[in-house]
Each structure stands twice: as C-alpha cells, then as structure tokens.
Design a protein around this ligand. Structure first.
Ligand SMILES: [Mn+2]
Length: 341
C-alpha cells in the first residue's frame, strides 16, 4: 500500500470516530450546491439522524434548496443558512474545494468545536481538524460511503439515493467512473435505488420555455479555433434576464451543450450574475487543464471541469480567459483524476 492509501484509510477511520460519538452535527454543502455536495451532506445527515444525533444540513446560497434535489431530503434536514448555529458542535464540509466555497458560513470553521472536511478536489489546500481529501475518487459521495461503511451504518434506500445522485452527476453519467465507482453504483441499486426516476429530474428535465431560450443562447455561441494554444475555445453568454428567469438546473446545463462542439478542446459559458459580474464555467476534454486557468482567474476546480467569477464586461472576461489559456499554462501532465465537479 502506498503512503497516500494509508493516509486516506486513517482519515476515514478518524472521520468515522468523530461522527460515531457526535451528538449534534451541522453538515454544509458548498454555495450553489450540486448533487455531489448535497448528496454527501444528506447521506451522512440521514445516517446520523437515524443514530440519534441532532442533524442539520445547509449551504450559504442560494436561499432555497435546488428544486431537482429536494426529493433527496426525505427527513427535512435542510435548514436556511440563518439557522446554522453560531458555534456548531461538529461541522462537516462536503465537496468543498476551499474555505471560500462555504460562502458566509465559512466563519463556522473557526467557531466549531470540531470540523471534518470530506472532498475530492485536487486543488483543496486542506482545512479542518479531520481532513478526508482524496483526489483519486470521482465524487465526494464515494468518500462518504467509505465513512458510512467504517461506522457500520446500513446503507438504506434513502441514503443510497443521495449517494447515487452525487456519483451519477459527478461522473457525467458514469463516463468518467472507474471500476470501483461502477461497483458502488451496483451496490446502491441493490439497496433500492430506482435509477431513472432519480436521475431524470436532476440531469434531464427542463420547462418547455427553456428550449427557446436555449436556442437563443446557442445561436450566440462563438468558436475560436486559435484559442487555447490552437486547441480551440467555444463560448456562450447567458444574460442576466435568462439567469433570473430560469432555475440553475437550466442555466447550468448550457455548458453540456456548448462542450459538444468538436472543434474546441475548451468550452466556456459566461453566466451574468450582476451588471458587470460573470460566473464562468469551463470544461475540457483531457487535452488541457482548465483548473489552472480557473485558479489564475480567482476560481478553481478539476482538470476537466472548473470555474471562476469575475467582474467586467463579457468581452473583458473573455479576454482574460484567452490570456489564461495560453499553452504553457494549460498543458501540464495528466492526473488520474478525470472527473467533474
Ligand atoms: Mn464533487
């Protein structure tokens, strides 16, 4: 066994020991929570609630649970950020690549009596008293499952649904999943997960009005074959009017359409979140590392999926992105962590 495997085994044991004795646990997802982050927090939350602990799950923003993920919260564990205790007994940060991803709840890391970080982002600097960070797994829910096994928790259907939701989304429908993740998926289906009704609302459902809006956004997309050191960049802009009109489930799905352009290694979607403020999603296909560019621009992420937020006009943000995607910055050795989110 390598040293890192030993370290992760120790961290799983430490995480299990901390949670096994915890009486009151606050589980946090990152801002704009996705299925991996909320699925991780809810899977642990359901398990701990069933062991008799007082449990709450929250995130700093937005102020509502993403509609498509609401069915995962079968026990009603999600509370508004304002209801998170000022001094939590045990705080668990799930799928949180940096302190900043906790938003205005980040200060609870300093006040909590004990903190546990569970994450799979290679760029994570590490924080918290117990740190379970393993960039070799496809999703944070994989690490949560290890902790549940360590604690001897039976993975019932409700927990399995949370874990499956994180696994299927972070692996883009298992396309980046390795053998162990496929085996975990089989275990979760055996525990009772009905895949189609679980996944369709999360990955594959939009209001009819979105189709026309999406057509407009795609019509405005542009291809720059010479960008990213000649690997090609395709990008699209989502104006504030559409960001405000539609759910994150619609807005955040645009990148999956844009990245299908064969002529571009890198895809970018600029989402207008203020008059002169943009939240930018980046995707790559393995030929370059968009986490490097995103980190340079104040964000972060994985090699093939990253993002950042930046002020300026759309043209200015695109210019900054082009500059960050120069070949010497985006090349670099491939890692074994070919996953998204
Ligand atoms: Mn994740």
């Amino acid at each position: 066994m390598s040293a890192s495997v030993d370290a992760h085994t120790e961290a799983v044991a430490a995480a299990g020991a901390l949670l096994a004795t915890a009486r009151d646990v606050t589980l946090l997802a990152h801002v704009q929570p996705d299925a991996d982050s909320l699925g991780s927090a809810l899977a642990l939350g359901i398990a701990l609630h069933r062991r008799g602990a007082r449990v709450r799950v929250s995130f700093a923003e937005p102020d509502r649970m993403p509609e498509s993920l609401r069915p995962l919260d079968v026990l009603g564990l999600v509370v508004p950020a304002d209801d998170v205790p000022t001094v939590p007994e045990v705080l668990v940060a799930c799928d949180t690549a940096s302190v900043g991803r906790l938003g205005r709840l980040a200060d609870r890391l300093d006040t909590a009596a004990a903190t546990l970080l569970i994450d799979h982002h290679a760029s994570n600097p590490g924080f918290g008293t117990v740190q379970l960070v393993d960039a070799s797994v496809e999703a944070t829910v994989v690490l949560v499952h290890r902790v549940l096994v360590e604690m001897g928790v039976p993975v019932d259907e409700a927990i399995a649904r949370c874990l499956y939701a994180g696994l299927v989304t972070d692996t883009v429908g298992f396309r980046t999943a390795g053998p162990a993740a496929h085996r975990l998926a089989a275990t979760l289906v055996e525990a009772g997960v009905e895949v189609e009704p679980l996944v369709r609302p999360i990955m594959d459902t939009h209001p009819f009005a979105w189709l026309a809006a999406l057509a407009d956004v795609l019509h405005g997309a542009a291809l720059e074959p010479g960008a990213a050191g000649g690997l090609g960049l395709v990008h699209a802009v989502i104006p504030a009017a559409l960001v405000e009109r539609f759910r994150p489930e619609e807005v955040d799905s645009v990148i999956d359409e844009i990245r299908s352009a064969a002529e571009a290694e890198v895809a970018a979607v600029l989402k207008q979140v203020g008059p002169l403020r943009w939240s930018v999603s980046l995707r790559a296909k393995g030929g370059c590392d968009v986490a490097v560019a995103a980190t340079m621009l104040g964000g972060g992420g994985h090699r093939n999926a990253a993002g950042f937020t930046r002020n300026g006009t759309a043209a200015e943000v695109l210019e900054a992105l082009r500059a960050a995607l120069t070949p010497d910055r985006v090349a670099g050795p491939r890692t074994n962590s070919a996953h998204d989110h």
